[in-house]
Design a protein around this ligand. Structure first.
Ligand SMILES: [Fe+2]
Ligand SMILES: [Fe+2]
Length: 313
């Protein structure tokens, strides 16, 4: 076997190609740059930060709160259920923000090697601009909610240091898509729900519009990259993507949120992980991105077990 044959993906591992050819990356980037110029937000000016929060309105659709449907949930008053939704949203925003910081560093490293005269490179910088505004928006919202500093576990936070400093190729784009698309699904539902706090719906609306461009950029780039991987690279990249996706999904709700309603963090976390409603919510959140990742071939093989453990499939 020649080296070229050896490095080629094995037949059973070969990523499935899309029916339609993926568009040229510069044409896509030009469209995304035009769209960014026409439809971008300044959360500092475009949201009413001074408006009072309504004490009766939840911060997430209540059926998406991690304990919904459990014995513990039935033991909470309506006011406590709303309070828990506030703390879970604060955790989702702050852990999401943490992943945006990771993404910004990876995009900056990605742009470092590109010809910045080209639209594709300029869009990477434009996306960093979007994410800086999002991160300030989420941070400011968490401050307004008056909730604690929720975050990923310390060891995951430190692994993030290694990941953001080294990841490239599909191992960079695929976990970013998992983060963006699972939160996007939740945000779309909440933004359409008139029972949810108006400030939260406004935040979600801004994020959904701008993330749609990021998703397009990353999805197409992933499709372009996958056929270029050797078999060895494919296995390694699948493993990294599975580990990062698992840790991200597992970290979205800081167990400390349960203290807000008098439940011990370990008890709340165990109940949430065993809760069929919560497991179904996670699968629903991942319902658009996982079939895509499987189709392009970055999900497959032994590392799939981690997605099941994270209730993403
Ligand atoms: Fe974002
Ligand atoms: Fe994004």
């Amino acid at each position: 076997m020649t080296k070229a044959q050896h490095d080629r993906p094995a037949q059973h591992d070969r990523p499935v190609q899309h029916d339609r050819p993926v568009p040229d990356r510069q044409r896509t980037a030009m469209r995304l740059l035009v769209s960014s110029a026409h439809r971008s937000y300044d959360p500092a000016a475009d949201l009413d930060w001074a408006a009072e929060l309504d004490p009766d309105l939840p911060y997430l659709p209540l059926h998406r709160v991690s304990l919904y449907g459990t014995e513990l949930w039935r033991g909470l008053s309506r006011q406590q259920q709303v309070e828990l939704s506030k703390h879970e949203l604060a955790s989702l925003m702050q852990v999401g923000l943490w992943f945006e910081l990771i993404l910004m560093q990876m995009l900056l490293r990605y742009a470092y090697d590109l010809d910045l005269r080209l639209p594709h490179s300029q869009y990477a910088l434009t996306e960093i601009g979007d994410e800086t505004r999002h991160s300030v928006m989420f941070a400011r919202a968490a401050e307004k909610l008056g909730t604690p500093h929720y975050r990923a576990p310390r060891r995951v936070h430190n692994l993030g240091r290694l990941y953001k400093a080294t990841a490239g190729g599909p191992a960079m784009f695929a976990p970013v898509l998992v983060a963006e698309e699972i939160l996007d699904r939740l945000q779309r539902e909440a933004m359409a729900d008139e029972a949810v706090q108006p400030l939260v719906r406004g935040i979600n609306q801004i994020h959904v519009v701008e993330e749609a461009r990021h998703v397009r950029y990353a999805r197409e780039e992933l499709v372009r990259m996958m056929p270029l991987l050797s078999r060895g690279q494919l296995h390694r990249q699948r493993a990294v993507v599975a580990v990062v996706s698992y840790l991200l999904a597992d970290s979205l709700i800081d167990p400390a949120v349960y203290r807000s309603v008098g439940i011990a963090p370990s008890v709340g976390r165990a109940a949430a992980l065993a809760n069929p409603h919560h497991q179904a919510s996670r699968r629903w959140m991942a319902g658009k991105i996982m079939p895509f990742l499987r189709q392009v071939g970055i999900v497959g093989g032994p590392s799939e077990a981690l997605y099941r453990k994270a209730f993403l499939i």
